[in-house]
Design a protein around this ligand. Structure first.
Ligand code: GTP
Ligand code: MG
Length: 202
């Protein structure tokens, strides 16, 4: 089972992946210099240094983490969290980034669950073109797998106006406010996953 993370550049996908994997219980890693080892000690800060950056699309290496999800008496269920490259709103440049974006969309097709991250911090108010990318991504995600919009950086959305706007656009149950940084909302995301698993046919 795979939960694939998608969104525009800088939405916070990589930081969410690393911190949510830590929250759920990290079992193993794919990608980057970390290989398949479970990081010890400074491992997670090393990953953050490597994969998290305010520069959009800086890292194109795939990152995936296997986590353990405890879902009732059935015990631990293994889930892979998979990062993808941010999808830019203003044309995808030639070359490596274009290939990585295409690869990310291909990975989306394999998803069991989709987390679509949208940055709701005040300095990321979207242009109409950016909002259009999120709308299309949402429509696509919904057709592929159970999906959830994670309104990320919610700790910076003072007054909650950006989260309210997303709930108006996509429906209140499709949007969860989270913070990859402060781990706000992580419990709700875990509950959503557990609920989805319980609904899946055996
Ligand atoms: N304040 C705040 N900053 C965050 C949060 N999540 C991520 N960031 C910051 O946002 C920037 C982008 O984070 P990344 O995790 O690299 O974003 P990304 O979606 O993986 O970006 P691309 O790989 O370029 O698509 C970094 O500077 C992070 O530290 C959050 O919840 N709150
Ligand atoms: Mg990233």
């Amino acid at each position: 089972m795979e939960a694939v993370l998608v969104g525009r550049p800088n939405a916070g996908k990589s930081l969410f992946l690393i911190n949510f994997a830590d929250y759920l219980g990290l079992r193993g890693l794919e990608g980057g210099a970390a290989g398949h080892r479970r990081p010890r000690g400074g491992g997670l800060s090393e990953l953050r240094r490597k994969f998290v950056s305010p520069v959009p699309n800086r890292v194109r290496e795939p990152l995936a983490a296997t986590v353990s999800l405890s879902a009732g008496p059935a015990g631990g269920i293994s889930l892979v969290l998979r990062d993808t490259v941010g999808i830019p709103a203003h044309g995808v440049p030639e070359g490596e980034i274009r290939r990585a974006v295409a690869q990310g969309l291909a990975q989306l097709l394999q998803a069991t669950f989709i987390f679509h991250l949208i940055d709701v911090s005040p300095h990321a108010v979207p242009t109409p073109a950016e909002e259009a990318v999120d709308r299309e991504l949402h429509l696509l995600a919904q057709q592929i797998a159970p999906s959830l919009i994670l309104a990320n950086k919610a700790e910076a959305d003072l007054g909650g106006s950006r989260v309210r706007r997303l709930k108006e656009l996509y429906g209140p149950t499709s949007v969860l406010p989270v913070s990859a940084l402060t781990r706000l909302g992580f419990r709700d995301v875990k509950h959503w996953l557990v609920e989805q698993l319980a609904l899946e046919p055996p």
